[in-house]
Design a protein around this ligand. Structure first.
Ligand SMILES: Nc1ncnc2c1ncn2[C@@H]1O[C@H](COP(=O)(O)OP(=O)(O)OP(=O)(O)O)[C@@H](O)[C@H]1O
Length: 430
C-alpha cells in the first residue's frame, strides 16, 4: 500500500490520455536540465549512455531508472553509491506520483507534467521565514516573489495552520514598503468592537473611549494590513472597508473629518469566500476587489516532501535534533494533517518536550522504550493503515466503495481492514 498523496500537479492529468512527463533537475550542478519522458524506462546517471546525463559527482554512473506507469512512475535505485531518497527516506524501489521530488546525491529531480513550465518554480527552499522544498511551495514562492511588489490586494486561501500568515509576512518583506505589517484577526474580535479596532475612535466616541486611538488601518500606513479571517467581516462594515481600500479615505469612530492612508491589503480565509458571496454574507464588490490576486496555501498533505525539512526546523528551534526513520516518515506521510504545519510543529514539540507517548507514537526518538523489529513494524504498520484509511474515507465522504477503488483493494479486503481498525464507512471513526 502506498501513502495517499494528492497534488495540484496531478489534478490536471487525464487518466485516459498517455502521460507525458518532464524530468526536471530542480537542485544540483545540473539545475535547469530537463528531459521529456513519454513512456518505457529511462536511466539517470553520469554515464554518457544514460538518457538523462548528470555531471554531479555524488551521482553514480547508472544511478536510478524510471518507468512510467500511467500518471505514476516507478523509481528503482540501480545500486548507487549514495542512494536514492524519496520523502527523506532511502529507497530501493518506490512508486511516485507526478509532482514528486526524488533525490540522488546532491541532485533533486522533479517529475512534472510535460506542459508545466519549470520556470514557474522558485529555486529557493526558504522565503522570508517560510520553508518548503516541495513543488507546491516552490511554485508558491515564485508567485510570492512575482506579486509582492505589486500594489494590489492579495487574498490567501488555505486551511488552518497551512501558513497563511507566513505568506502575508513574506509578501510584506518582499514588497519594499517602508511601513509595518499590521495583523488583524476579524474572527477574534467581538463584532461590536470591530469598527473601532479597524478604523480607530475619537475620545468619547463610546463609553470607555478615554483617548483618541488609531485603528489597524492607520497602523498599517505605508505598510501592509494583514486581515485574517476576512469572511468574518460583518456585512454592515464591508462598504466602509471597501471605501478605504479604493480611496484610502476613512473616519475614526466619533469623528467627522476624513483621514487618508496608504496600505497594501493581504486578506486570508479558510472559508470559501465565493460561496459566502453567493450566500449573501459577503459583498460581491468587496470580493472582486480582494480576489484580484488569489494565492493558495497548500495543505501539508499535498506537500509531503516538506515534512522532513519542517520537522528538522522545528526540532532545531528547540535546540534538538529529531532523526526520522523511514518508518516514521512513512507514517507521517500517510497522516492527513488536518491542522497542517501547526499540527506538525506541535507534534514535534510534544515529542521533544514531553516524550514520545504524548505525540504521534511513530515520532519516538531512538533510545525510548525498547522494542524489537517485529513489534516496531507491527505498530508502525497499524498506525499507517489507520491514518491511510481515515484520510481515504474522509476524502470519499465515507463511501467505502469509492475509497476501496482508489486504494486498489478488493472491497471485501477493504472492509476487513476497516473492521480491524474499528472504522465505520459513512461515519469515519467507529
Ligand atoms: N512553510 C512554513 N515554514 C515554516 N513554518 C511554517 C510554514 N508554514 C507554517 N509554519 C508555521 O506553522 C504555524 C502556523 O502557521 P500560520 O499561522 O502562518 O498559519 P495560518 O494558515 O495563518 O493559520 P490560521 O488559519 O490558524 O490563522 C506557525 O508557527 C508558522 O510559523
Amino acid at each position: 500500500m502506498s501513502p495517499p498523496r494528492t497534488s495540484p500537479l496531478t489534478e490536471k492529468t487525464d487518466p485516459d490520455s498517455p502521460p507525458r512527463v518532464r524530468l526536471f533537475v530542480m537542485e544540483g550542478p545540473d539545475r535547469g536540465r530537463s528531459i521529456l519522458f513519454e513512456g518505457g524506462t529511462l536511466v539517470v546517471g553520469t554515464l554518457p549512455s544514460c538518457q538523462l546525463v548528470l555531471t554531479d559527482d555524488t551521482v553514480s554512473r547508472q544511478h536510478l531508472s524510471l518507468e512510467l506507469l500511467g500518471p505514476r512512475a516507478r523509481v528503482r535505485d540501480l545500486g548507487s553509491r549514495n542512494g536514492t531518497r524519496y520523502l527523506g527516506a532511502r529507497v530501493e524501489v518506490v512508486e511516485v506520483p507526478l509532482g514528486a521530488i526524488v533525490s540522488l546525491g546532491r541532485t533533486q529531480l522533479a517529475l512534472l507534467p510535460a506542459d508545466v513550465e519549470p520556470e514557474r518554480f522558485s529555486e529557493r527552499t526558504e522565503l522570508a521565514g517560510l520553508l518548503g522544498r516541495s513543488l507546491a511551495m516552490r511554485r508558491l514562492f515564485a508567485e510570492i516573489e512575482r506579486v509582492a511588489p505589486v500594489d494590489v490586494p492579495v487574498l490567501i486561501q488555505g486551511e488552518t495552520g497551512s501558513g497563511k500568515e507566513g505568506i502575508a509576512r513574506a509578501l510584506h518583506a518582499l514588497s519594499g514598503r517602508t511601513g509595518a505589517l499590521r495583523a488583524f484577526d476579524c474572527g477574534s474580535v467581538p463584532p461590536g468592537l470591530l469598527p473601532g479596532m479597524l478604523f480607530g475612535h475619537a475620545r468619547g466616541a463610546f463609553t470607555g473611549a478615554v483617548a483618541d486611538t488609531p485603528g489597524a488601518v492607520e497602523a498599517a500606513h505605508e505598510g501592509t494590513l494583514f486581515l485574517d479571517e476576512v469572511a468574518e467581516l460583518p456585512l454592515e462594515l464591508q462598504p466602509a472597508f471597501l471605501r478605504v481600500l479604493e480611496t484610502g479615505r476613512f473616519s475614526r469612530l466619533g469623528e467627522t473629518r476624513e483621514r487618508q492612508v496608504r496600505f497594501r491589503l493581504v486578506a486570508a480565509t479558510h472559508r470559501d469566500l465565493a460561496a459566502a458571496m453567493k450566500k449573501g454574507t459577503f459583498r460581491p464588490d468587496l470580493y472582486h476587489r480582494l480576489a484580484s490576486i488569489v494565492l493558495r496555501a497548500p495543505p501539508l498533505r499535498e506537500r509531503l516532501d516538506d515534512i522532513p525539512l519542517l520537522a528538522e526546523h522545528f526540532a532545531r528551534s528547540l535546540g534538538a535534533s529529531l532523526p526520522l526513520s523511514p518508518a516514521s516518515l512513512a507514517t507521517l506521510s500517510a497522516y492527513h494533517w488536518p491542522g497542517n504545519v501547526r499540527e506538525l510543529r506541535n507534534a514535534v514539540e510534544r515529542t521533544l518536550t514531553l516524550g514520545a507517548e504524548a505525540a504521534l507514537p511513530e515520532l519516538a526518538p531512538p533510545g525510548g522504550a525498547k522494542e524489537d523489529f517485529h513489534a516496531t513494524r507491527e505498530r508502525v504498520l497499524l498506525a499507517f493503515e489507520r491514518s491511510y484509511l481515515e484520510a481515504l474515507l474522509a476524502r470519499h465522504r465515507g463511501s467505502a466503495s469509492a475509497a476501496a477503488r482508489e486504494a486498489g483493494l478488493a472491497r471485501s479486503y477493504f472492509y476487513r481492514l476497516l473492521k480491524t481498525h474499528g472504522l465505520v464507512p459513512g461515519r469515519g471513526k467507529g
